[in-house]
Each structure stands twice: as structure tokens, then as C-alpha cells.
Design a binder for this molecule. Structure first.
Ligand code: OXD
Length: 308
């Protein structure tokens, strides 16, 4: 019985190597090994196509390589197979670092100064003070809260929005669709840290993004599918939004001719805001398999109904 790595489009070798270290002798295969399907007990994957899972009659658990597992929730996922996600204690911190870095690059005009440096130009611009730059974090799970907390000591007023009410010390919180317009109207920096669900797919569109204050900056570390990319582009091109930092995209990687690569107001990065270590991913997958074998509950299982 074995663990199969189907991590495409991520390379399988580092996951397989870490799993071999962690598995205590459980065989670990990749797609290239063409393993006998009946021997596969656990699959480690980032996304799944319909038609694959029914080929593995003895599958006990399906593990995501990432913190989100929505791309594994295919229609033919067997009812008895739990889907687990990675929970890495460093992830919130790393994502918060990314959001703070890209936000400060914008609020402190660092791109402008880099351009000036290239021209040997000594020119000072007024500082946009933190208290006049309100940060709004959409999604107040562990990651969203880590982001919100990171901005507080820097002097930025922070708001947060979530599906159901949450209390976060120091953060002005809003909940539900009724309070979304008020939240958006106070976000000079909008950060999307939402999970992808039926409710959040396409939630950031022309209608919602146009409720941000003029000149707002948008950071997406949630999921690309939450943003209607042509709407975002139109608001950037029209000068309503000042810029965006995008780490996630509807299609990953975006094709070479996609506008995000070359748009002057966009910082585009290849889904690197946080990367769980291969060792953590492997250890959590092996633990999930052991629990499945022993019939124990899965603390890292996603709620299929909610989608996260
Ligand atoms: C994710 C991850 O789920 O990178 O986005 O872990």
C-alpha cells in the first residue's frame, strides 16, 4: 500500500523525497512510476481532474499540497475519502510579510523612487501617512487575522470583513453582504484573503471594486477566481484604482501574453506569498494516512460543504 504524488503542475520530486523521509517505509510513488491503482491509499495533489479518483479503489485520504484544497473537491470524490489541507504555522506570517511588503512598496512610493534612482534624480515626494491609509482585509481566518495584526503596529487603521461576525482586537470588523459596501468604502488598501467558495467566486468585480475609495490599491493572496480580471484591468486602466499586487490568478501561470505580466500598475508574483515546507506537507500527509488507517478523525480535513 502506498502514497501517490500527483502534484502537477508543481514538480513531484521534492514532495516525493520529503514523503519518503516521513513515511516510515510506506512506499511513495509519482505518476511516472505507474503504480498499481489498487495499492494507492493516499494521494497528495494540488488539483484534481474528474475521472482520476475512481481509478483508485482503496483510496483512504486525499491530501492537498497547499493550505487551500478547493481544487480537490471534484464531483467524483468518494464520500468516505476525507480531504486534508496543509496547516503551517509560518504561513500566516509569511503571507502577512508579502502583503506588508507590496503595500509599503505602494504607499511609500518605492517604485517611483527606483525609477528616479535609474535617472539619478533626487526628488522628494510627500509621505502618505499611515493613519490616512486604511487597510481592509477580506477574510478573517488565521491568515486574514495575521495580515490584520501585521499592519496595526505600523500605524495603519485596519478593518476586516468576513462571512459571519468575528472579533479581532484593534480591527473594525464587518460581516455579511449587507456590510460589504461600508467595509469596501473604507479600504484604501484592499487585501483579499478569502477562501474560494461559490459565494466568493467572482465577488471582486466592477461593482464591488468600484465601491473602494478612488485611488485604492488591491492585494490578492486569496484565489484568482475571486476576481473578475477584466473588471480589475478596466478600473486600473481608467485610473480608478491606483495599483494591484497579485499573487494568485484565475489561470496559473497566466499565459505569457496575459495583461498582468506587463501592466505598469501591477506587481505579479507566481503564488509565492507563502510556501509550506515540503517536510510539513509530507508529515501532514503521512499523519493523515495513519489516522485514516486507524479510523481516527482528521483535524486538517476541509468541510466539503463550506469548501475550506
Ligand atoms: C495555497 C497555498 O493554498 O499556497 O494557496 O498553500
Amino acid at each position: 500500500m502506498a502514497i501517490l504524488v500527483l502534484s502537477n503542475p508543481l514538480p513531484s520530486a521534492p514532495f516525493a523525497a520529503a514523503l519518503r523521509q516521513a513515511s516510515g517505509g510506506i512506499p511513495v510513488w509519482t505518476e511516472q512510476d505507474s503504480p498499481p491503482p489498487e495499492a494507492v491509499e493516499a494521494i497528495l495533489a494540488w488539483r484534481m481532474r474528474p475521472g482520476i479518483l475512481p481509478q483508485y479503489p482503496n483510496l483512504r485520504v486525499l491530501c492537498s499540497t497547499g493550505a487551500g484544497a478547493e481544487k480537490l473537491l471534484v464531483d467524483d470524490l468518494p464520500e468516505h475519502v476525507p480531504v486534508t489541507r496543509v496547516v503551517d504555522p509560518m504561513q500566516g506570517v509569511e503571507i502577512a510579510q508579502y502583503v506588508v511588503a507590496t503595500t509599503l512598496q505602494f504607499t511609500r512610493d518605492l517604485k517611483l523612487y527606483a525609477e528616479q534612482q535609474a535617472r539619478a534624480e533626487w526628488k522628494r515626494h510627500p509621505v502618505r501617512t499611515a493613519v490616512r491609509c486604511r487597510v481592509g482585509v477580506m477574510g478573517l481566518g488565521a491568515v486574514g487575522q495575521a495580515i490584520a495584526r501585521a499592519f496595526l503596529p505600523l500605524g495603519y487603521p485596519v478593518g476586516g470583513w468576513s462571512r459571519t461576525p468575528r472579533e479581532v482586537p484593534g480591527v473594525a470588523t464587518f460581516a455579511g453582504m449587507d456590510e460589504l459596501p461600508e467595509f469596501l468604502s473604507q479600504a484604501d488598501i484592499l487585501v483579499c484573503a478569502l477562501p474560494l467558495t461559490d459565494e466568493t467566486r467572482g465577488l471582486l468585480n466592477h461593482h464591488t471594486l468600484a465601491q473602494l475609495p478612488r485611488g485604492a490599491f488591491f492585494v490578492n493572496i486569496g484565489r484568482g477566481e475571486q476576481v473578475v480580471e477584466p473588471d480589475l484591468r478596466a478600473l486600473l486602466d481608467g485610473g480608478y484604482l491606483a495599483g494591484a499586487a497579485l499573487d494568485v490568478f484565475e489561470r496559473e501561470p497566466p499565459p505569457p501574453d496575459n495583461w498582468v505580466w506587463s501592466h505598469p500598475q501591477v506587481v505579479a508574483t507566481p503564488h509565492i506569498a507563502a510556501q509550506a515546507s515540503f517536510d510539513t506537507v509530507a508529515q501532514q500527509c503521512v499523519d493523515a494516512l495513519r489516522r485514516a488507517r486507524d479510523g481516527l478523525p482528521q483535524p486538517l480535513a476541509v468541510d466539503r460543504q463550506r469548501g475550506y
